[in-house]
Design a protein around this ligand. Structure first.
Ligand code: HEC
Length: 461
């Protein structure tokens, strides 16, 4: 007995020593995570103990890890109280964010701007506003084992990135579950995506600086019952997502859909469309509008499409009178697509599909890169542009109403007055009846606020 308790004491002592190791900073309940980030150097890990942290954390350094310490089921919790916009915003490379609970924010749970080599892992993000996990302009990233719900736009939103894997997350009760937008080389594998308006979406948004979306593998996911009412802000791109959509492929190329279980999504199991499908979103001459070379390999699908698009329903009735369901519809002009065992599914618009020559993507284990890529340095004059596309373009499109008024209209109001525009975004006031209020952008430094104002006033599309 004595021996065991001495050993236990020794273990406790060792653990206590571990907590103050070099390169580690500890944040205790009642302290500020931001203070620790300010004190941290490249390569440091910030250990966050259980407690409630009412703050927004900005990380503009490289190689920093934020790691929650979970003790007996008690998690460190970032609490937005529905007054704060974002929980964690990073612009450095080599950022890891793990083991945090993030609740009640209005804007973003975790957002990255131009940060490469990121890992976002094992977080709970609940009722955290417009985007749950939103890396933008990042290369080489991993998003895994997170749980997200109650997100107004996309729970996991990979925007304008390269080489990102999205693995083993659970996303539910959100408008869009997992979005791969204007991104190249990504794998969406092993996720449980249920009870969203739309489950998994790979698509091009026109008008952004990155014009393409290709090489996406969507495999081994459960995509189930995505029939939630669409509660996106009217006019935003995802407000067009039809309730009941399992997987959407819009204008993205070389998307493989393999070994998913796709059931009871009442609008469609897999829907494939061109950009013209969303009337009201302007086209972009630099984005090719058709989804080409889609590959649908083996999937299990049933009970989808009971409320499909009327013309899709009509096409099914013409072929199979009395059939209630439809799994796959391609209403696009895409070319080069293929499917394995087409007769397993009720489908519409797949007459031109060939039989796939490939039967599996098992050889592609990851699209992340074996070595970290270079840190993305943004030149001073590029910062306004990066902030515009990284932050403002989420709500402001050039000529159409999104969450905020069109950039064109703002240019007319503020022409020649970038200082006034910069002042507004630091402390926005409520102006319009038919829009929500704009969240303050006062976390952006003053010089970048002016740079983004100047950029917004001269952007041409
Ligand atoms: C989360 C969404 C969101 C983000 C992000 C956002 N805005 Fe807005 N913005 C809005 C909304 C909503 C309004 C309309 C507010 C109103 O009329 O009360 C608005 C209005 C504006 C206006 C009009 C002000 C006026 O006097 O009428 C300007 C200018 C503006 N935003 C600039 C920006 C810039 C620059 C950025 C990026 C740094 C940005 N916004 C980011 C949602 C957003």
């Amino acid at each position: 007995m004595m021996g065991i308790s001495t050993g236990t004491l020794l273990l406790v002592a060792l653990l206590a020593v571990h907590a103050v190791m070099a390169g580690e900073l500890v944040v205790k309940a009642g302290e500020s995570i931001q203070d620790a980030v300010s004190a941290a150097k490249s390569g440091d890990t910030i250990l966050i103990e259980p407690g409630t942290y009412k703050e927004t954390v900005y990380i503009d350094k490289n190689n920093i890890s934020l790691r929650g310490v979970v003790v007996s089921g008690n998690w460190p919790t970032l609490e937005g109280e529905k007054i704060r916009n974002d929980a964690v915003l990073y612009s450095g490379s080599g950022i890891t964010i793990e083991n945090l609970k993030i609740v009640n924010y209005k804007g973003n749970g975790i957002m990255g701007q131009a940060g490469n080599n990121f890992v976002i892992r094992n977080n709970w993000i609940i009722d955290a506003g417009v985007y749950g996990i939103f890396p933008e302009f990042g290369k080489n990233g991993l998003i895994e084992h997170n749980v997200l719900s109650g997100i107004e736009d996309a729970a996991i939103y990979v925007g304008m990135c390269d080489n990102v894997d999205v693995l083993h997350n659970e996303v539910f009760d959100s408008v869009a579950g997992i979005e791969i937008e204007n991104t190249r080389h990504s794998i969406v594998d092993g996720n449980y995506v249920h009870d969203n308006t739309g489950g998994i979406l790979a698509f091009i948004t026109p008008g952004l600086p990155i014009k393409t979306n290709y090489d996406v593998i969507i495999r081994n996911n459960f995509v189930v019952n995505n029939n939630h009412e669409n509660f996106a802000i009217p006019g935003s791109i995802v407000s067009y997502v039809a309730k009941g959509t399992g997987i959407t492929i819009m204008a993205a190329d070389d998307v493989v859909v393999e070994n998913n279980i796709i059931t009871n999504n009442e609008y469609i199991g897999i829907g494939i469309a061109g950009l013209e499908f969303i009337a009201g979103v302007r086209s972009d001459p630099e984005s090719e509008p058709n989804p080409d070379r889609v590959k649908i390999l083996n999937n299990l699908m049933w009970g989808n499409g009971e409320n499909a698009l009327p013309e899709v329903k009509a096409a099914v009735q013409a072929m199979m009178p009395g059939e209630r369901y439809v799994d796959i519809a391609d209403i696009s002009k895409g070319t080069g697509s293929c499917i394995l065992e087409k007769d397993r599914y009720v489908s519409v618009g797949l007459d031109r599909y060939s039989t796939c020559k490939m039967t599996s993507t098992a050889d592609t284990l990851t699209y992340t890169l074996p070595e970290p890529v270079e840190i993305r340095e943004i030149a001073a004059d590029e910062k306004g542009k990066a902030a515009y596309y990284g932050i403002c373009a989420g709500c402001h499109a050039y000529s159409v109403k999104m969450i905020g008024p069109p950039t064109m209209a703002i240019q007319a109001m503020y022409q020649g007055r970038p200082e006034a525009l910069a002042a507004y975004i630091a402390a926005p006031s409520k102006v319009r009846e038919d829009y929500p209020e704009m969240p303050p952008q006062n976390y952006i430094s003053e010089d970048v606020r002016l740079a983004v104002a100047q950029f917004m006033l001269q952007v041409e599309k």
